[in-house]
Design a protein around this ligand. Structure first.
Ligand code: NDP
Ligand code: GDR
Length: 337
């Protein structure tokens, strides 16, 4: 029998890669999308992966419980992947209430819809390494205490614990992946890796000469999104639901990550990068490094793409994208003056 999966956050980075992976595995894939005045751009990432015609879109919003109940009732999904969130840490200081509503209470809404309508389904919660924040142990595992450092991280911590609580209270099959940063050519442009690879492409193609960044000394454990969505799926194939750290086990500074990207394009980072205090956060997460040994032992999962390979892939994709933008602008000027 064909399995049916519901993905929230379908239009984001992970939603697109997860949808592609599940389609390849023979799933029927439904994606929750919220109404937008820019509907024509909604499926850009699915288009990039060539799967926009293969996913069924269902209309709803994480803060509208009635829409989630209706979607679960009408579609009876076997697996539910909750990837929707206000996921940009910086915006969580300017929109703390919305972040709490979507990222924290949105998870409760979806768990509640599952409990009422499809209690036999399996649920994945997108937890985050940001929950470790001011790290309490040098390498973070499933047993490391949390210390969130932003409204986003606080909201994710609530969502994490409500997922655990629904598993324990109602005997539901709910698992959380505590995922460390993962990137790709489909990463949102506001996140630092993609901001850098887009900046490198713009400098290389002569559109600008400078790239303004914040804290270059922050360290992250960066992996590839296409790898990480496989771990999400693997968690829901286990008989017993549980929580898992998903990471590479290697940490790198923002500065080193930049150097990889600039040198791939034959550029010298020092000639172009400027530190702008506007991008320094009110409270920083200085260093993250995950211990993925449980995921390897139980799920047989491990990261397959190193940071160098991923940054090169992202720079190459942005060179294509920015080159295409330049061509389109030229064509527009020629046609309309
Ligand atoms: P993105 O920011 O790329 O995608 C977020 C998704 O959530 C988008 O599809 C967005 O829709 C949707 N969304 C936001 N608000 C609502 C709402 N009110 N109702 C319905 N949908 C909504 O995130 P990623 O793909 O990078 O991450 C996926 C999840 O994993 C997120 O929960 C994130 O917090 C978490 N995470 C990500 C990590 C990473 O490194 N990428 C690491 C750890 C956790 P729209 O297109 O309409 O804005
Ligand atoms: P993060 O990712 O906050 O870890 O959250 P981001 O790429 O935004 O920042 C990583 C680190 O880079 C530093 N930095 C900058 N960041 C941005 N965005 N822009 C800059 O100009 C810049 N300069 C330096 C930041 O200070 C930070 O230390 C991501 C999101 O995907 C979350 O949703 C997810 O939960 C976590 O990863 C794990």
């Amino acid at each position: 029998m064909t399995k049916r999966a519901l993905i929230t956050g379908l239009t984001g980075q992970d939603g697109a890669y997860l949808a592609r992976s599940l389609l390849t595995k023979g799933y029927e894939v439904l994606g929750l999308v919220r109404r937008s005045a820019s509907a024509e751009f909604m499926q850009e990432r699915l288009k990039w992966l060539g799967i926009h015609g293969d996913v069924r879109l269902v209309d709803g919003d994480m803060i509208d419980l009635s829409s989630l109940i209706r979607i679960c009732r009408e579609n009876q999904p076997d697996e539910i992947y909750n990837l929707a969130a206000q996921s940009f840490v910086t915006s969580s200081w300017s929109q703390p209430f919305l972040t709490g509503e979507v990222t924290a209470l949105g998870a409760t809404n979806l768990l509640e819809a599952m409990r009422l309508e499809v209690p036999g389904a399996r649920f994945y919660q997108a937890s985050s390494s940001e929950m470790y924040g001011l790290v309490q142990q040098p390498v973070q595992s499933e047993s490391t205490p949390f210390y969130p450092r932003s409204p986003y991280a606080v909201a994710k911590l609530y969502a994490h614990w409500i997922a655990v609580n629904y598993r324990e209270s109602f005997d539901l099959h709910v698992s959380s992946g505590i995922l460390f940063n993962h990137e790709s050519p489909l990463r949102g442009i506001e996140f630092v890796t993609r901001k850098v690879t887009d900046g490198v492409a713009r400098i290389k193609l002569g559109l600008t000469d400078k790239l303004k960044l914040g804290n270059l000394d922050a360290r992250r454990d960066w992996g590839h999104a296409a790898d990480y969505v496989e771990a999400m799926w693997a968690m829901l194939q286990q008989d017993i639901p549980d929580d898992y750290v998903i990471a590479t086990g290697r940490t790198t500074t923002v500065r080193q990550m930049c150097q990889i990207a600039f040198s791939h394009a034959g550029l010298n980072m020092e000639d172009h990068v400027e530190v702008d205090p506007a991008f320094i956060r009110p409270a920083e997460v200085d260093v993250l490094i995950g211990d993925p040994s449980k995921a390897k032992r139980v799920l047989g999962w491990e990261a397959t793409t190193d940071l160098e390979t991923m940054m090169r892939e992202m720079v190459d994709a942005d060179l294509v994208r920015v080159g295409f933008e330049i061509q389109k602008d030229r064509a527009r000027v020629e046609a309309h003056g």
